[in-house]
Design a protein around this ligand. Structure first.
Ligand code: FPP
Length: 246
């Protein structure tokens, strides 16, 4: 196989890990004169569609930002509506996800969420632990800065000496230690910011920002983002065509 066909094949490989900020639920609902809750409800359907689309494209890891450490600032009825929706979604879709071969993992601060929700996430992880088709990381009560702090605390508690605390060592304590760094980061809803999502893990991730509102997201929008990803020239800080490039 020639060097150029290896490059061509490599360029068309799907991203291994896609991370998504699912924004625009509220605006989707508002456009339809509905309460914001209905936007979140439609957002759950978009999550299920996107999981299937990722499996169909051989994507191995999907990480979705379901509830941020900052989302507690929302009106209390919206927060409780979201919590109820997530509980209902877990009980409604867990069997389906399991039969699709999805392994659910939850990243975020579980200490300050309701006991019922903690049990639901623990149960979802335990039931799907054997699955290998796609790992769905649900970021829940998650913040990128929280993640760096919790990893540092764990490293200290494990007795890692300061001079051994390298980037690789700290990565072992981060919430996504089980996954490669995201290749592709998608944010829907038209805003162009990270909002304290995977700060540590996106150092060399490709970013795609879409005006599509999250409840409208599906296979077509995922393909558009993957096409944009394939058009990028990933150099990881190196130089293209350098004589000593790997
Ligand atoms: C942002 O839209 C969306 C959220 C804060 C919640 C996203 C959560 C879900 C789609 C449910 C996920 C559930 C599972 C089980 C993974 P927004 O409300 O900020 O929208 P706006 O910017 O239009 O107001």
């Amino acid at each position: 196989m020639s060097a150029s066909s290896v490059v061509a094949q490599d360029r068309l490989a799907p991203p291994r890990h896609v991370a998504i900020v699912m924004d625009g639920n509220g605006r989707w609902a508002k456009k339809r004169f509905l309460p914001r809750f209905f936007g979140h409800k439609a957002g759950v359907d978009a999550v299920v569609r996107t999981i299937q689309a990722c499996i169909d494209r051989d994507i191995e890891f999907l990480t979705v930002f379901a509830f941020s450490s900052e989302n507690w600032k929302r009106p209390s009825d919206e927060v409780s509506g979201l919590m109820g929706l997530v509980l209902a979604a877990v009980s409604r879709y867990l069997g389906k996800l399991d039969s699709m071969g999805v392994r659910v993992r939850v990243i975020g601060d579980r200490d300050s969420i309701a006991e019922k929700l903690r049990q639901a996430w623990d149960g979802a992880e335990a039931r799907t632990a054997h699955n290998t088709k796609l790992t769905l990381n649900v970021a829940f009560n998650y913040g990128g800065r929280w993640d760096i702090v919790q990893a540092s605390r764990k490293a200290i508690a494990a007795g890692v000496p300061a001079h051994e605390l390298t980037e690789d060592k700290l990565s072992e304590f981060m919430a996504l230690a089980h996954a490669p760094d995201p290749d592709l980061f998608i944010r829907t809803g038209g805003e162009v910011r990270i909002s304290n999502f995977l700060l540590w893990q996106v150092a060399y991730t490709e970013f795609v920002f879409s005006d599509c509102l999250w409840p409208e997201f599906g296979a077509q929008q995922l393909d558009a983002a993957i096409d944009a990803f394939h058009g990028r020239d990933r150099r990881f800080g190196g130089v293209k065509d350098a004589p000593n490039a790997a």
